[in-house]
Design a protein around this ligand. Structure first.
Ligand SMILES: [Zn+2]
Length: 246
């Protein structure tokens, strides 16, 4: 059986059978990988720590026909701050779920690996929702899906006004005449300007950005709708966050 190493972050962990887990991992070299970790839910399992959600570890895996198997997991970072605060947990879950739906298995994405790792570290210091939105926009840019925000996504005309029409279907903002042909929503110009600042912001200086509760709501809802449209999947953890009134 072929054995290989993976420098990877656990982005999803599902219980399986009596005591196993199926892990979805984002690895530096091989992109998204799915593997079974056998017996890790037993209290005495030595691999328990290395296979927890959000853990960054060096994995030794056996290649399988449909699913690889975790043979060893040596944790490098377990991000305890992601577990001691619900907002941070939800933001990390939101980032991890987005990475999961945006990627197919086995497609190397070293930039996304670095972004995810950075995002988890940043959640120790900055406002969780701000980190989640910044990472979302960075992920879209890496994959070539950045929304158009400085002109009409359809005809290229300039867009201005106190409120601007944004359509996920069209891929960004629209001028008034093009807006009639697409589903979308009106956003305050302040929210659009803030999204633009987030796109180019230095991730290590996010504390310099200020946004209102109103902008937070508009921006997270818009990004969710846009990502769900682009990747044709629901972001379930993003809905849970909303249901919790966060
Ligand atoms: Zn137009």
């Amino acid at each position: 059986m072929a054995v290989y190493h993976a420098d990877a972050i656990v982005i999803r962990s599902q219980e399986y059978g009596e005591s196993d887990r199926i892990l979805t991992m984002l690895s530096r070299e091989n992109g998204k990988i799915q593997a079974i970790a056998k017996g890790v839910r037993k209290p005495k399992s030595s691999q328990r720590g290395g296979t927890q959600l959000f853990t960054y570890a060096d994995f030794l895996l056996y290649r399988g026909r449909s699913l690889d198997t975790v043979s060893q997991a040596s944790p490098k970072e377990s991000f305890p701050h992601l577990w001691n605060d619900l907002e941070r947990t939800m933001a990390a879950t939101g980032i991890a779920e987005l990475v999961d739906i945006a990627l197919i298995n086995g497609q190397p994405q070293p930039e996304l690996f670095t972004l995810t790792l950075t995002g988890f570290f940043l959640l120790a210091h900055y406002e969780p929702l701000l980190v989640q939105c910044a990472c979302t926009l960075r992920l879209l840019a890496i994959l070539g899906y950045s929304p158009v925000l400085d002109k009409c996504a359809e005809c290229g005309a300039g867009v201005k006004g106190e409120r601007l029409y944004f359509s996920s279907q069209a891929g960004g903002t629209l001028c008034r005449s093009c807006a009639e042909g697409f589903s979308g929503r009106w956003l305050t110009a302040g929210s659009i300007a803030f999204i633009k600042r987030l796109v180019s912001a230095d991730l290590n200086k996010l504390d310099r950005l200020r946004w209102t509760a109103w902008m937070q709501q508009e921006i997270i809802d818009t990004l969710q709708n846009y990502c769900e449209y682009k990747f044709e999947r629901q972001l379930r953890s993003w809905n849970i966050r909303k249901d919790l009134g966060m």
